[in-house]
Design a binder for this molecule. Sequence first.
Ligand code: BES
Ligand code: MN
Ligand code: ZN
Length: 496
Amino acid sequence: MPKSVEISFVRSARPSGLCVLLAADGAKLGAAAADVDPAGALARAIRVGGFKGKARTTLDLLVPEGSAADRIVVVGLGDPQKPQPDGWTRLGGAIAGQFGKASKVTVWLDAPGATIGGAEAAAVAQGMLLRAYAFDRYKTKKGEDDNGDDVKAVKIAIVTSAATEAKKRFVAADAVAGGVTLARDLVNEPANMLGPIEFTERAKLLAALGVKVEVLTEREMKKLGMGSLLGVAQGSTRPPRLVVLEWNGGKPKDRPLAFVGKGVVFDTGGNSMKPASGMEDMKGDMGGAAAVTGLMHALAARKAKVNAIGILGLVENMVDGNAQRPGDIVTSMSGQTIEVLNTDAEGRLVLADALWYCNDRFKPQFMVNLATLTGAIMVALGQHHAGLFSNNDDLSAKLIAAGLATQEKLWRMPMGPEYDKLIDSKNADMKNIGGRYGGAITAAQFLQRFVKDTPWAHLDVAGTAMGSPSTEISQGWASGFGVRLLDRFVADNYEA
Ligand code: BES
Ligand code: MN
Ligand code: ZN
């Protein structure tokens, strides 16, 4: 599938190239079908193919008899009276999945019984952009598909009676897609190309959108007493960075919303080293920081009317002669001491200082942190929900609702004093691992010790932000999980 897609919205079009039609349940086609398929080839194909118009199913017809189209693809909408969660974006993804070698595509957004306005059309377009994304930066033969065939850019015309409104709505939808794309790029980038400094350079590019970017170096972090974060970084020759992103689109007096991301550019496990098999995936251990960066891009690009802070804790967890040892005791910025019993439980050590700093400096309305924090959350929830841990029911409800709306789903996990006790340490204020059970929960309890009473939510996105399964709108591995979710969360609750 071509990576570069160009989308326009029009009120009408003549059939040519690849023509995409929608069909409602019962394979009911809209009015455009008569134009695209004057000879009625579709009726026969629908019958022979047993096509029913179920949501996101497809029927493909090559060089249809008597038609000006090279190809007709019919995509099912399902029951127009029963909208599906995130249905329009997923429909767009399903349509883009059928592009193949086409360079010119026309999509008629019309089906009997369906009301498809500008917002829906813009969502369909966003789904197309997301599905078309591929990471081909290091392929020297650009634009070739698996057969070695040339597939370059594709031009898509979306035909809708709401073309003007769609064009308007697409500005924001496109901004959010840009944020998802940025997050995916960061996650896909190999660690040799994206260390803390290179990540920082990427984050600085957000300045072009009006985001204020501040960077704390090792020296400044030392001064602030961030011994927890710095302990993780000390085994790498590449120094850590703490990036502060600020988007001020709200009223000056509004307290900011804060988002904090784990940005471990590579996680070897340190001296508590990970096994070799599958370690390459740990280039994606900055998925939380990538999502925060993508979110800030989205908010700024669509000029969201909120004040938001994004904080990225960027480190590399490596092993050299100076690397942290199991048993080491570090002092965090909060003053609390931590016994590092496992150097592979490093994400929480990074976040401890990042969360404390965020709270201390910005006094935000709330903090949401994202982190590829534990394998245990994947054992508990698989890869179709991220774990949600929170000290606040209202914040949790809002996040869960945004998750359902975007299909970046969250499942709330328990917390409590019984779990918290499991990270008490004999030799320091706490240790960085609990016992054998409830590993995702003890990790969350650890983070909670650094947020005071500020409303806070921790999203454990191991398994959803990286190594994630393919969907209609993602070709897999790096999903950009969190960007659409949090953009929606912000739009629905804080921009009224
Ligand atoms: N980055 C990993 C968690 C992870 C595992 C993310 C698999 C994505 C896929 C994290 O730093 C880690 O190593 N966690 C340990 C914690 C343990 C040592 C308490 C884990 O989950 O095994
Ligand atoms: Mn680790
Ligand atoms: Zn990690």
